[in-house]
Design a protein around this ligand. Sequence first.
Ligand SMILES: [Zn+2]
Ligand SMILES: [Zn+2]
Length: 77
Amino acid sequence: MHTCRDCGRTFSSELKYELHRDTCSEDTLLCRECGNRFAERRATRDGWHYRCPNDDCDAEGLGEAVVRLKDARVATR
Ligand SMILES: [Zn+2]
Ligand SMILES: [Zn+2]
């Protein structure tokens, strides 16, 4: 079992994991409020309004409280 460090998804084979690594951060979002990482599709229903899928967190707004993981990485370096 391979677990992605960035999004927490698990993969049954190394090949699937390797393929995933190439695209992972492309659609992985980070909540700056609670530090949660989640797939883009979990954070939005209409592709317009984004909010943290964590029930205990009410952060919302892509580019505000919710940022793309790849952008967050650049910003923190
Ligand atoms: Zn991943
Ligand atoms: Zn959050």
